[in-house]
Ligand binder design. Structure first.
Ligand code: FAD
Length: 372
């Protein structure tokens, strides 16, 4: 009997693992416009020290008998997808099952890798790093986990640079577990980060660098800045799904899924990670839970003689503040951080350091691919 075919659309935090786990079980194809997965958790440190971590992992190093096509899916139906390949050609791929794992793009491409090759990505990180190293002052926009981690890395690695963190809400980490905001604000103030809360940056415009050594906020406040890191704002990369199936995508770009993480009314196509419309945090940790569920159900379907009668296992959402929805670690430099697990929130440096802050989960991500 021929192997079933699985198309994985997007090789980010979720998609690279699905392709890896199904590589020998199905005729698996991964489509992504890049040649590598970059561990997103590592980015705050890569900005200050571009060579600090082996965070870029080429698909070719782990995908085995699966196939990576460098390109972008542009249209989808229940049994095939159109792909615009990096060489400019088009291809139509048929599948038995597909998984949409196209995640979210950050407003500033430096924050989440979009460069097609590792070399290009390394070069853009190096260019920003040069700018940061010669800056007198840097503004970080957005005090969610990425902005807070970035501000902490900047203070630790570039102590002569003045760092200002601008956030539209009244507290940093306002969507994180309840104790994180107070802990993070105290840490940042002690380390000398200037906090500007309840304001947004109006000049320069989003994802642009300041040309004249300053940024202006919504209250007219002028802040010195030779560089800006835009750590706020992600949007789901689902335009091709909305074009193909308008009813399956919400106005905010999130894909409607059923209790098995299948796209509503399209049972051969699953969706995972940041694109899903579940009331969960947009986190790699949550994407990992989606991977476990979808890989389990795909294995059941692939092994079944009559897939339409196969009983699938429902996915239990990780609701924020409940059970696995409480999982979050915010690193504060290389040796400190804030930890939330199902049984409590902890301000214990060595705990955060051991799990995350020392290498920002690069080692764990490589190990999950049997790489050193
Ligand atoms: C700087 C940073 C730090 C973070 N730190 C943490 C953390 O510490 N802990 C945590 O749990 N989460 C963290 N996150 C969040 C986490 O990275 C995301 O939740 C996670 O990456 C989502 O995974 P995903 O697979 O859904 O999508 P993504 O990882 O966004 O991957 C999507 C992939 O799809 C590809 N793609 C896009 N469009 C197409 C298309 N049309 N066709 C084919 N491919 C396409 C992209 O190239 C990309 O590779 C962080 C995010 C950032 C940006």
């Amino acid at each position: 009997m021929d192997k079933k075919s699985v198309l994985v659309i997007g090789g980010g935090a979720a998609g690279h693992q699905i392709a890896y786990q199904l590589r020998d079980i199905a005729d698996t194809t991964l489509v992504d416009p890049k040649t590598y997965w970059e561990v997103p958790m590592a980015v705050p440190r890569l900005l200050v020290e571009p060579d600090a971590l082996a965070a870029r992992i080429p698909y070719a190093s782990f995908i085995g008998s699966a196939q990576h096509l460098q390109g972008r899916v542009t249209a989808l139906n229940d049994a095939s997808a159109k792909v615009a390949l990096a060489d400019g050609s088009q291809q139509t791929l048929s599948f038995d099952y597909a998984v949409i794992a196209t995640g979210s793009a950050s407003l500033d491409p430096i924050i989440k890798a979009q460069a097609p090759t590792e070399l290009q990505r390394a070069a853009e990180l190096l260019a920003l790093n040069k700018r940061l190293r010669t800056a007198r002052a840097v503004v970080v926009v957005g005090a969610g986990p990425v902005g807070v981690e970035t501000a902490a890395e900047l203070r630790e690695s570039l102590p002569n640079v003045e760092v200002t963190l601008v956030h539209g809400e009244g507290r940093v980490l306002d969507k994180a577990p309840s104790k994180f905001a107070g802990w993070a604000e105290k840490y940042l103030r002690i380390k000398g980060v200037n906090l500007v809360l309840g304001e947004t940056v109006t000049t320069p415009s989003v994802s642009k660098q300041p040309g004249d050594g300053k940024v202006i906020t919504s209250t007219g406040r002028i802040l010195p800045a030779d560089a800006i890191i835009w750590a706020a704002g992600i949007r789901p990369a689902t335009a091709f799904v909305a074009d193909s199936w308008p009813d399956a995508v919400q106005a905010n770009g999130l894909v409607k899924v059923d209790s098995y993480l299948r796209v509503a009314s399209h049972p051969t196509v699953f969706a995972v990670g940041d694109v899903t419309n579940l009331p969960e945090n947009r986190l790699a940790i949550v994407a990992g839970l989606h991977v476990k569920s979808v890989v389990g159900n795909l294995k059941r379907l692939i092994a079944a003689e009559t897939p339409s009668q196969t009983k699938l296992k429902p996915y239990k959402p990780a609701l924020p503040g409940k059970g696995s929805g409480k999982l979050m670690i915010v690193s504060l430099g290389r040796t400190d951080g804030l930890t939330s697990v199902p049984f409590g929130q902890f301000r214990i440096s060595f705990l955060a350091r051991k799990i995350k802050s020392h290498d920002l989960l690069v080692g764990m991500s490589r190990k999950a691919l049997d790489l050193r």
